[in-house]
Design a protein around this ligand. Sequence first.
Ligand code: G
Ligand code: G
Ligand code: MN
Ligand code: NA
Length: 253
Amino acid sequence: SLAGDLEIAVKRRGHLFLEYQPQICLRSGRAFGAEALLRWDHPVHGRIPPPVIIQLAEDLGIMPELGDFVLDLACAQRKDWQGSVPDDFMIAVNVAPAQILSGTLDQRVFARLDAHFLPTHVLMLEITESTMLIPDDAALASLERMREHGVRIALDDFGMGHTSLRYLRALPLDEVKIDRSLTQSDQGEVSGHIISSILDLSRSLDFSTVVEGVESEDQLARLQRLGCTRFQGYFFSRPQAPDQCLAFIRSLA
Ligand code: G
Ligand code: G
Ligand code: MN
Ligand code: NA
C-alpha cells in the first residue's frame, strides 16, 4: 500500500527529497530565502502530491519523523549553501499541525540546527491554518521559545480561510504569506483592496509579507502598484533541485 511504502521511504530516507523555490525582494533585486518543498518519487506511481504525503504521514502517526527528516534535509542544504548565499539567507520549511501540536517542535528544531552548526535566524517555519485548530498552550509555548531564540514563524496561505484573522492574533508570528488565490484572482478590484488591507495590517503588526503564486509580469506589476515588494512564484522560478535553485539565486546577485 502507499501508506506502507511511505513508512519504508521515511525509515530508509529513500525516494524522498526537497525542491527549493526562491523568494525575491524587488527592493534589493535579490533572493532573501527559499522555500523547501517535499517531493516523493514513488517507484511505481511517480510523483505523489505533498498534501497526500502529509495526510498519509499524519494518519500513520509518523509525521514527527517525516518532519524531522525534512528539517534535517533543509538544514543540511542551507549548510551546504553557506558562503554561496548571503549570511542572512533563509530556508523556509513547512510544518504540519502534528509537528506543532506535539509541543516539542522547538527541541527538534534546535537539535537539527545544532547538528548542522546553523544559527537560528536562517530558519523560517511556515504554519498553515487549514487543518489546525488554534494550538494549545504547550504548542504555543514551543513556538514562542523558537521565536525568542531567533527562529522565524510565517503564517502560510493567508487570506483563504475564515479563521485567518484569528490566527494573526493567536500565533506568535514574523511573516504573513499572501495566498495565491488572492494573487491570481481576476476579481481585480476586490482582491486588490484585500491585498492592500493585508499589507496595512501586516505593517501595523510588524509582520513582513511575501506574495505567493506570482506567475506573470502583469500580476507582478499590479502587485507592485499595491505596495508588495517580496515575492515567490513561477514568474521568478519554479521549485527546483538545489543546484538549479542556487544558480538562479546567484544569477540575481
Ligand atoms: O509544491 P507544492 O505542490 O509542492 O506543495 C503543495 C503543498 O504541500 C503546499 O501546501 C505545501 O505547504 C505542502 N508541503 C510541501 N512540502 C511540505 C513539507 O515538507 N511539510 C509539510 N507539512 N507540508 C509541505
Ligand atoms: O501552500 P504552500 O505555500 O506551502 O505551497 C506552495 C505551493 O505553491 C507549492 O505547491 C508550489 O509548487 C506552489 N507554487 C509556487 N509558486 C506557484 C505559482 O506561481 N503558481 C502556482 N500555481 N503554484 C505555485
Ligand atoms: Mn508554504
Ligand atoms: Na501558501
